[in-house]
Design a protein around this ligand. Sequence first.
Ligand code: FES
Length: 108
Amino acid sequence: MMAGRQVFVELPQPFGPGKVKLAFVEGLQILIVNVDGTLRAIANSCPHAGASLYGGKLIGTKIRCPSHGLLIDLETGCLSPGGAAGAQTYAIEEAQGGAMIALEPAGD
Ligand code: FES
């Protein structure tokens, strides 16, 4: 169960493993990815220099930034290797026809 403010995002159906959608939500760009059956949501801004991650190649649980090729972990948002300076990630759950994304951390 997610806490915080949630928004519904429509996803193409079916949205199976390997599918990616760039969603525009309340002024935010959020990349939604189905990673082996688990939805992940991450800010569409590479922690290295802010490039869009949309169109990046999926490699396991990571996405390769199209700009300089660094890998970003889709669960933690962290650059890999290194681990520091991660991108914002969001809690996400499947919902009918799409997904619910928690825009704010629990307790805010
Ligand atoms: S902006 Fe993503 S690797 Fe440089």
